[in-house]
Design a protein around this ligand. Structure first.
Ligand code: C2E
Ligand code: MG
Ligand code: MG
Ligand code: MG
Length: 292
């Protein structure tokens, strides 16, 4: 009897597994249709100079406008297609859409570079650099320097030489490259040394912990000093409060991005926001201090 029970359980497990696999495949297929039907939209989150109050750029963040389920965050669908042709198709669209948006910003008199996040598999695919080149060629009024690629550290893990070469080729086109979520990987320092990125984006987990955790503060200060020693720009993610910004300014990091400045917005609202942005008094006062 015990043996039979065991077998039943095993079969149940098997059926469950098959169900999960089936539903995953259906979801992936649904994403394929979403690419064809163009159901994605980009939201834009500002990056600011906390010392001058200037808006220095925007990060384009993809959302899926699902006809039944509403607006879906990338965490709801990107993990399902990471490293596949679907992720590639989404990011190819994102690059073109973002460049077109830069052109629209320019028509409105706004000079705002845009960064896009790139799937690791796509970055290493043989088409990547020529795709970027073609996307730039499709917007002749937009300088390549208006585009920045955000690359996760974990991307480099698979093939450091390829990633290094791709970064260099993109930089030769005039495109900027930043290492996203810096500090969360297993080999951050190796990547800092090997990958010729223009910018480090300090992961938001370190920023959010700064007010309560001395070690996070030391870590952030260390990354800022390292970035400067290596001649890289440094920007903090996850600036949720004025206090985060103030601490960063005192450590010598002037660039920030986060909900405390502004959560991501649709393009139209983003342009509105830029025209009315008024940076906090606390940052303004700090900027007047002599040590800058
Ligand atoms: P990321 O590149 O690190 O982007 C920052 C994420 O943190 C965004 O979430 C943003 O909304 C969120 N965020 C910004 N400020 C704050 C803050 O102050 N506090 C907190 N708690 N969160 C903040 P989102 O839009 O959900 O994107 C999540 C991730 O999905 C991104 O992380 C990026 O890795 C990936 N992703 C987004 N768009 C694309 C895309 O077009 N292509 C690819 N391959 N990945 C993308
Ligand atoms: Mg990013
Ligand atoms: Mg990030
Ligand atoms: Mg992140």
């Amino acid at each position: 009897l015990a043996k039979e029970n065991g077998r039943d359980r095993f079969e149940m497990f098997d059926i469950e597994k098959r169900k999960v696999e089936h539903s995953r495949r259906r979801q992936v297929q649904r994403i394929e249709y979403a690419v064809q039907d163009n159901e994605f939209v980009l939201y834009y989150q500002p990056k600011v100079n906390m010392r001058s109050g200037e808006v220095i750029g925007a990060e384009a963040l993809v959302r899926w406008q699902h006809p039944e389920e509403g607006l879906l965050a990338p965490a709801r669908f990107l993990p399902l297609v990471e490293g596949t042709a679907q992720a590639e198709a989404i990011d190819r669209w994102v690059i073109r859409e973002a460049l077109q948006q830069v052109a629209i910003f320019q028509q409105h008199g706004l000079d705002i570079p845009v960064s896009v996040n790139i799937d690791g598999g796509y970055l290493q695919s043989p088409n990547f650099v020529s795709d970027v080149q073609q996307a730039l060629a499709a917007q002749p009024g937009v300088a390549p320097a208006m585009l920045e690629l955000e690359i996760l550290e974990s991307t480099a893990l698979t093939d450091l030489d390829t990633v290094t070469r791709v970064i260099k080729e993109c930089q030769e086109l005039g495109v900027a490259v930043s290492l996203d979520d810096f500090g969360t990987g297993y080999a951050s320092l190796t990547y800092l040394k090997q990958l010729p990125s223009n910018t480090l984006k300090i992961d938001r987990s370190f920023i959010i912990d700064m007010p309560t955790d001395a070690e996070s503060r030391s870590l952030v200060e260390g990354v800022i000093n390292l970035a400067q020693a290596f001649g890289r720009k440094v920007i903090a993610e996850g600036v949720e409060t004025d206090d985060h910004g103030l601490m960063l300014l005192r450590m010598g990091c002037e660039y920030g991005q986060g909900y405390g400045i502004q959560p991501p917005l649709p393009a139209e609202q983003f342009m509105e926001w830029v025209q009315h942005y008024d940076w906090p008094d606390a940052w303004r006062r700090e900027a007047n201090n002599v040590y800058w």
